[in-house]
Design a protein around this ligand. Structure first.
Ligand code: C2E
Ligand code: MG
Ligand code: MG
Length: 435
């Protein structure tokens, strides 16, 4: 495994702030809200919570690149800070969503005025280099005590109000009881996703990764499926992006980690020759401080040696060059958990992180492997030689035929995955065929 010389990097324990914006993270917001609720009850006051969403921020990120997206996010936070009075608390919720706590008020209108000011602070464009960027925001507001008496309820109601604000293209909405009866369509998906977790409707399929030269099984990738009671078996593309948007990806990924480790332990106990299982992590998971602790807890509970769990992260996470990600990856690496960069080549490439982060392998994006079948292996070759220059292993994804296999073998690709070797299948089939 590649080691980063310890002298060059100091591992600092991250504080309870969002590393990019310096804003408090949600656990801090929650504690502060709980304190405010106790005080409001004693003093017969109101508390408002707001969720603010930057409209179409993802598009900006996708078109201008994550670095510009980060710079814009910092500017947005600076500007919001200047609009908010001192008795409020602004915190990062997830991605492009923020929560605002307004305490010590006696009338709803006081919070509404603050909300209007926040919306107005987006009226002027943001300057990035010499480019003017126009953005807008949407806001959902809920109140203690009328809409709920705890963090979860108030957040849920503010989030419903936000969905309505977006649907009606209003700048903001206050939560009203009627809203819950006619939820916008992805709110239905939200409650279905929550129910899916409770009712165990998710399943993991596993797809083999083989050694390019010996053809031997070297790892299994865990790929989530949703056994929907009405719609049947759903692929991740139809619900993972929504789960990410709704902040549900964290409990879902925790379920995946738990399930994958439990399954591998089961195979080990049954006397199978096991291989590492790799789990896909979403970018938002890296803003969540409990990731390393959670993984450790599951490894201990299942008594699975850490070398039998691997993680796949997308290029956009690794690009987001922060001390926090650096620290998290090093903690995982020091425990022997290998990290692969998934869909490599599809992001915005600053290659610096390949040198500094403890990464073990790159997975060549499927589209580059498809090009081989059309007689164009340039991108695949480039990724292979790049990976080898950095002493990384390289996996080709989406290998569907012998022609691609032979080509990639010649190019010294290390590992392969694709329908040619096996499709993602339930654990029973995997153990019958491969273990
Ligand atoms: P990925 O991590 O790049 O996973 C590989 C995807 O390529 C899988 O799609 C797999 O079925 C498909 N695939 C593999 N070999 C071939 C092939 O030869 N031909 C073709 N046409 N496709 C192939 P799947 O299972 O639909 O997953 C799609 C994506 O959803 C994954 O891409 C991953 O980004 C995401 N995903 C899956 N499970 C999870 C999860 O548990 N958590 C998170 N956060 N994301 C997940
Ligand atoms: Mg993957
Ligand atoms: Mg991939």
């Amino acid at each position: 495994m590649r080691q980063v010389p310890a002298r060059r990097f100091k591992l600092k324990k991250p504080k309870a702030v969002d590393p990019l914006t310096g804003l408090p993270i949600q656990s801090v917001f929650k504690e502060e809200l709980m304190r405010a609720l106790v005080k409001a009850e004693q003093n017969q006051e109101l508390v408002a919570i707001m969720i603010l969403d930057i409209n179409r921020f993802k598009r900006i990120n996708d078109t201008m690149g994550p670095d510009m997206g980060d710079r814009l996010m910092v500017k947005i936070v600076e500007r919001m800070g200047t609009c908010l009075p001192s008795f409020t608390l602004l915190a990062r919720f997830n991605g492009d969503e923020f929560t605002i706590l307004v305490k010590e008020i006696t009338k709803e209108i006081q919070a509404v005025e603050i909300g209007e000011k926040l919306i107005q602070c987006f009226n002027h464009p943001f300057l990035l280099g010499n480019q003017e960027v126009y953005i807008s925001s949407s806001l959902g507001i809920s109140f203690y005590p009328s809409d709920g008496e705890n963090y979860e309820l108030l957040l849920q109601k503010a989030s419903i109000a936000l969905h309505w604000a977006k649907r009606d293209r209003d700048h903001y909405k206050l939560y009203e009881e009627e809203m819950i009866h006619e939820l916008p369509s992805n709110m239905n998906l939200e409650s279905e996703l929550r129910r899916a977790l409770d009712r165990d409707e998710f399943a993991l399929f596993y797809q083999p990764l083989v050694d390019a030269h010996t053809g031997q099984l070297v790892a299994l990738e865990a790929l989530i499926r949703w056994q929907h009671p009405k719609k049947g078996l759903l692929l991740p593309a139809s619900f993972i992006p929504v789960a990410e948007e709704l902040g549900l990806i964290i409990p879902i990924t925790e379920w995946v980690i738990q399930q994958a480790c439990t399954q591998n332990r089961k195979w080990l106990d049954e006397g199978c020759t096991i291989v590492p299982i790799s789990v896909n992590l979403s970018a938002s998971h890296f803003h969540h401080t409990g990731l390393v602790e959670y993984i450790n807890k599951v490894l201990q509970q299942t008594r699975l040696p850490s070398e039998y769990l691997e993680l796949e992260i997308t290029e956009s996470i690794s690009m987001n060059n922060s001390d926090f990600i650096f620290y998290t990856l090093h903690q995982l690496d020091s425990q022997g958990i290998k990290i692969a960069i998934d869909d490599f080549g599809m992001g915005y490439s600053s290659l610096r992180y390949l040198k500094h982060y403890p990464i073990n392998s790159l997975k060549i994006d499927r589209s580059f492997i498809k090009d081989i079948a059309n007689g164009d292996g340039t991108l695949a070759n480039t990724v292979i030689s790049l990976a080898h220059q950095f002493n990384l292993k390289v996996t080709a994804e989406g290998v569907e035929n012998g022609e691609q296999l032979e080509y990639l073998k010649q190019q010294k690709c290390d590992r392969m995955q694709g329908f040619f070797f096996g499709k993602p299948e339930p654990p029973q089939t995997i153990s019958e065929k491969f273990l």
